[in-house]
Design a protein around this ligand. Structure first.
Ligand SMILES: CC(C)(COP(=O)(O)OP(=O)(O)OC[C@H]1O[C@@H](n2cnc3c(N)ncnc32)[C@H](O)[C@@H]1OP(=O)(O)O)[C@@H](O)C(=O)NCCC(=O)NCCS
Length: 164
């Protein structure tokens, strides 16, 4: 498995991994019908834009296929902190080491960008991801917010990590 920085040409494959992973991981949250309605083309355009804008996006590649990706940057709703924006692995790559490898790269990138502390937001009812973050040294800090995705109100909880 190779980890490398994403380029704009990866946007379609990243959008595919993003969508398939939502469909596999969030059926209990959104229902299969809403997940089937995700507009992959719109997600592709979004990924192409953020990669072109220089957002730190890394992909895990095996046999020429993207299996997982991660993205980081400044925290969107708090000054002075970094944020892990997304980390997604295709179900076939769960437990393969792709998630932990991308998490290491993300922490290194956040540090290189000058952050000593970072946050992430995770769907409250996503126990697999929460266990993964806790294994990786993140802890829930009590922050909560409600956001609408695919027309469903979802509670997200905030996790935090000290990077140094
Ligand atoms: C979060 C994520 C990136 C972690 O990557 P990973 O490679 O799965 O990380 P790990 O190898 O440390 O953890 C593997 C987990 O999947 C489980 N697992 C391993 N192989 C599996 C398989 N074939 N099918 C189902 N689960 C499997 C492991 O038991 C472990 O779960 P546990 O905590 O319940 O024991 C990945 O699980 C993922 O993309 N999940 C769906 C999307 C998501 O929730 N992203 C976070 C959004 S905030």
């Amino acid at each position: 498995m190779e980890i490398r920085r994403a380029v704009v040409d990866d946007a379609a494959e990243i959008a595919r991994v993003h969508t398939l992973t939502w469909q596999a991981a969030y059926e209990h949250v959104f229902g299969a019908d809403r997940l089937a309605s995700i507009d992959v083309g719109r997600r592709e355009a979004g990924w192409a834009r953020v990669i072109a804008d220089g957002e730190a996006v890394y992909v895990a590649v095996e046999a020429g296929r993207i299996l997982a990706f991660v993205s980081t940057g400044p925290a969107r709703d708090q000054a002075g902190l970094g944020e892990l924006y997304t980390i997604y692995a295709l179900p076939e790559a769960w437990g393969s080491g792709a998630g932990p490898a991308l998490m290491s790269v993300a922490k290194r990138q956040l540090l290189a960008d000058g952050w000593t502390e970072a946050i992430l937001w995770v769907v409250e009812g996503n126990p697999r991801a929460r266990r993964f973050y806790e294994r990786e040294g993140w802890s829930a800090d009590g922050g909560r917010k409600q956001e609408a995705f695919l027309g469903v109100d979802v509670v997200e909880v905030r996790y935090r990590i000290r990077l140094v």
